[in-house]
Design a protein around this ligand. Structure first.
Ligand SMILES: NC(=O)c1ccc[n+]([C@@H]2O[C@H](COP(=O)([O-])OP(=O)(O)OC[C@H]3O[C@@H](n4cnc5c(N)ncnc54)[C@H](OP(=O)(O)O)[C@@H]3O)[C@@H](O)[C@H]2O)c1
Length: 289
């Protein structure tokens, strides 16, 4: 039996009165069935964008569509939510999926890659299977989606007043080594480097790249965490920060600043981080795991 969507963390308060500055775009949002992606999909569609929402679970995507329809009502300014089931680890599907997106909404102005998988490593016991599962979604899945969408986005570059934009959701966990994040944190570091490098490659094609690095956000992904999550944010504010970054075409969107600063201090002073603070966090997390 396929489980229905987990709606416990779908705490959206989005309404048609809340308009974002990103409007009239054709957006492919991957990982939009829950958490941050779901909130982004609803806010962007309610602001007049055509949003194709992808993920593996059709029930979650249908729930986003029906929530959008209920919230939009008969508002003229609303755009649309179109569900499209897509598993980013499926290399074969990736070859044709962007054409399906283009068939549904006419093209891709913005690709938002929000799919993600988090698994922690216990007691430094490395497992190649665990790393593969995490990297398949956070790194190779991103490559699959980008390689599918970029040819269409490059074509759109010539004809659009606004440049097409790739938005990749990574994580602040990549700033400095964190306990138990050998797989998740390193996959996000790889994603950030890949997107930063791609930005240079895409410059002559007139396609912008925005990298989003959230701290802790209350979503189904973090609901299983049994350790303290400092400065945790809700999806509503998280989606607003991301949309503001998209609108300003920022290179990187990092938040919250308190967590960013704490982790940066760790990266700037490695002896302090790896000699004092990090080991304390590791011992605390080992007790909880
Ligand atoms: N929550 C946080 O504290 C936090 C912090 C920093 C960064 N992030 C990043 O933010 C992004 C969104 O995470 P979230 O917190 O909103 O968690 P989430 O609710 O678990 O969302 C992850 C989404 O990825 C989709 N997904 C997973 N595997 C997939 C696959 N193989 N193909 C297509 N879609 C897939 C899931 O949908 P299906 O299962 O239906 O496929 C789900 O909708 C992730 O990249 C995450 O790493 C989260």
């Amino acid at each position: 039996m396929v489980a229905g969507p987990d709606t416990r963390h779908n705490t959206s308060t989005t309404s048609t009165s809340e308009q974002t500055a990103v409007k009239n775009k054709r957006i492919w949002l991957i990982g939009g069935g829950s958490g941050i992606g779901r909130e982004l999909a609803l806010k962007l569609a309610l602001s007049g964008n055509k949003v194709v929402v992808s993920g593996r679970t059709s029930e979650s995507l249908a729930d986003v569509e029906s929530t959008f329809q209920q919230s939009a009502g008969s508002a003229d300014s609303a755009g649309s939510v179109v569900p499209l089931v897509y598993d980013v680890t499926d290399d074969q599907a990736s070859a044709s999926v962007a054409q399906q997106v283009a068939g549904l909404v006419g093209g891709i102005d913005i690709l938002i890659y929000c799919a993600g998988r988090c698994e922690y490593v216990d007691d430094a016991e490395l497992s190649v299977d665990l790393f593969r599962r995490v990297y398949e979604v956070n790194v190779f899945g991103m490559v699959n989606a980008l390689s599918a969408a970029l040819p269409l986005m490059k074509m759109a570059a010539g004809s659009n007043a606004d440049k097409p934009q790739v938005v990749g959701v990574a994580s602040l966990s990549a700033v400095v080594g964190l306990p138990r994040a050998e797989a998740y944190g390193s996959s996000k570091a790889a994603a950030i480097y890949m997107l930063d490098s791609l930005r240079l490659g895409l410059d002559r094609h007139q396609v912008d790249v925005t990298v989003v690095n959230p701290g802790f956000v209350d979503t189904p992904m973090t609901a299983v965490n049994d350790f303290p999550m400092p400065f945790i944010m809700q999806v509503d504010e998280t989606a607003d920060r991301i949309i503001a970054g998209i609108e300003k075409r920022k290179l990187t969107v990092n938040f919250p600043w308190q967590l960013l600063l704490s982790l940066k201090i760790g990266a700037w002073f490695p002896a302090l981080w790896f000699g004092v603070i990090g080991p304390r966090l590791a011992r605390r997390d080992a007790k909880n795991s």
